[in-house]
Design a protein around this ligand. Structure first.
Ligand SMILES: Nc1ncnc2c1ncn2[C@@H]1O[C@H](COP(=O)(O)OP(=O)(O)OP(=O)(O)O)[C@@H](O)[C@H]1O
Ligand SMILES: [Mg+2]
Length: 548
């Protein structure tokens, strides 16, 4: 480096290389939808910028020329949302969404802080994110826009995109070590590395893009979100579903967003709708990689980690609201089982720490009535429609929570931890959890296994659950509502230790609550006599496993 310090060297270089000249420059981006047919006209979604006056340092008029950014069909939903967001921003307002808060599920309006685009490879997430960042920088003079990548080499993709998109007269870009584009209107687009997340604490940020967010640490996101909060800026995450521990936060982020537990929005970007790639080339991966990699990379599915208990659980396919195209058969289904109809069933597990867990289930079926009688048990879809998680509470608090959800003891079948018959959550023998329920008028209580006073063995029970989540022929029969944040997280994250479900996991209790009823409805026929359980190392009798 010369005798000049870094800063003044930059000033000198900028003078040499910067756009010289005219007082007025047209700086305008037209964000458009691609023409649907060859030779057709693009549809204008929004114009950003105008005629920039270097002396007054402001837009003084409309610009008569524009740089056109086109977006394809698969980017349309997110583009329309972005346009709405920028319009609100330009008015000095901030777009809001409904967010469900607290245990009582209050709905509040909150300012949107982040937007996630996720999906399979090559959908156009990065492309859209860079275009949005440029639109923002043009719309808002003197703004600070950050394009964050995993490390500096990875910023190159974004740098090349910007170089290809913006007319060279609009900016000064000197390359390394100045990883930034200084626009004529005073905005700066920084290319930043998340390699050391703490370095992202430096400076102001009005709009941020995380490219390949699944490879970036959560800490980086937290730091940038902090920098963004001054002026209600937006953080855009472009991500493939994570496959490594570092990106698991993206999975949680999306899950909370879909459950409306975060002031955020989420868009699935489908590569099949991207006309600029050869999707067949991606599909060919099917014969080259394993099923899991294909599902994540090509289909863009969020898959559970491989060391989890419920490997069949898919946040994308098993998390859904109750169906509108099927008939509710809760009454019939439970009558067949218990000899009397109920409006719902509750799976429950009693523990003071970390929590009392209750999940509320109902059943829907798509089959016609005649068919149903024969095939109800295999074909019906069990939906967990609600959850009750009471921290540091006793059985009475759990009952309060369930009653608060409109459930009635005389119309609900409770299928719970069998030990509730003789002990309560404080493990006081002789005072059973079931008695507390019965005293409160909840008298329809069933253990998971009708022929035993003990709980079914956990590894057998989770096999039943995995089979209901996804059978070998690809059918799914177990679902949970997007609002069940705790339950959905527990089902996704309950971890195996030494090959068997980890009993002391914080997720174990909700998963127990959710699987006791499944065992009751779909018991696995365990062979009599000696059987080998993988992971336990010895062969034992069935009875030996009863209370594990
Ligand atoms: N609107 C568009 N106009 C022109 N080309 C596009 C558009 N959107 C995407 N492309 C092209 O499609 C390809 C994939 O886009 P991009 O890299 O943005 O996808 P991605 O979803 O970020 O993929 P990955 O998951 O691999 O990071 C690129 O070659 C990109 O230039
Ligand atoms: Mg990308």
């Amino acid at each position: 480096m010369s005798r000049l310090g870094g800063r003044s060297l930059y000033a000198q270089k900028r003078r040499e290389h910067g756009p010289q000249g005219e007082r007025f420059s047209p700086i305008r981006i037209d964000l458009c939808r691609e023409p649907r047919t060859a030779g057709g006209e693009p549809e204008l979604l929004e114009s950003y910028g105008g005629l920039w006056d270097r002396r007054r340092k402001d837009y003084v008029d409309e610009a008569d020329e524009a740089c056109r950014f086109t977006l394809h069909e698969g980017q349309m939903d997110v583009a329309r949302w972005f346009v709405e967001w920028t319009r609100a921003y330009a008015r000095g307002e901030r777009l809001e969404v409904d967010v469900v808060t607290g245990n009582d599920n209050r709905v509040e309006r909150r300012v949107v802080r982040s937007m996630t685009m996720a999906g399979g490879r090559r959908g156009g997430k990065t492309n859209a994110a860079v275009k949005f960042a440029a639109c923002f920088a043009v719309m808002r003079p003197r703004s600070r826009v950050w394009l964050v990548s995993e490390d500096f080499p990875k910023t190159e993709e974004l740098e090349l995109d910007l170089l290809g998109l913006l007319p060279s007269t609009w900016y000064v870009h000197l390359g390394a070590p100045w990883y930034k584009f200084t626009l004529v209107n005073g905005s700066i687009i920084w290319l930043r590395s998340a390699h050391d997340p703490e370095k992202l604490k430096r400076g102001r940020c009005d709009f941020a893009v995380f490219n390949e967010a699944q490879n970036i640490a959560k800490r980086a996101y937290v730091n940038v979100r902090g920098a963004l909060s001054d002026k209600g800026g937006l953080c855009v995450l472009a991500a493939n579903p994570p496959d490594q521990p570092i990106g698991q936060w993206v999975d949680e982020h999306v899950e909370e967003t879909v459950a409306k537990r975060r002031a955020a929005v989420y868009f699935f970007i489908d590569p099949r709708k991207n006309p600029h790639i050869d999707y067949g080339g991606l599909e060919d991966l099917r014969s080259e990689v394993d099923d899991r990699t294909y599902a994540i990379e090509v289909l863009g599915e969020f898959r559970p980690r491989t060391d989890v208990v419920f490997h069949a659980w898919s946040p994308r396919f098993n998390v859904r609201p109750v169906p509108t195209d099927a008939e509710e058969v809760t009454d019939e289904f439970l009558r067949k089982h218990f000899g009397r109809p109920f409006g719902a069933f509750v799976g429950a597990d009693f523990q003071l720490t970390p929590h009392q867990a209750g999940v509320v289930g109902r059943i829907w079926s798509k089959d016609a009535v005649e068919d149903r009688r024969l095939r109800m048990f295999e074909k019906a879809g069990i939906y967990y429609v609600d959850e009750a998680v009471v921290e540091q509470g006793d059985e009475n608090d759990l009952i309060d929570a369930l009653e608060g959800k409109g459930l009635r003891g005389d119309d609900t079948a409770v299928i719970a931890d069998a030990s509730g018959e003789w002990q309560d959550a404080e493990r006081t023998r002789g005072r059973g959890s079931f008695d507390i329920f019965r005293r409160r008028g909840w008298k329809w209580i069933y253990p998971p296994d009708p022929s035993s006073k003990r709980n079914p063995h956990v590894t057998e029970r989770v096999k039943v659950a995995n089979a209901r989540m996804k059978t070998a022929d690809g059918e799914r029969h177990l679902f949970s509502a997007p609002e069940n944040l705790h339950l959905n997280r527990a089902l996704r994250l309950w971890e195996n230790k030494n090959g068997i479900p980890f009993r002391r996991s914080e997720h174990a209790h909700l998963c127990d609550a959710a699987t006791y009823p499944l065992w009751r409805f779909y018991p696995r026929k365990v062979p009599r006599g000696r059987i080998e359980y993988r992971g336990l190392g010895t062969s034992r009798r069935r009875e030996d496993f009863a209370d594990l």
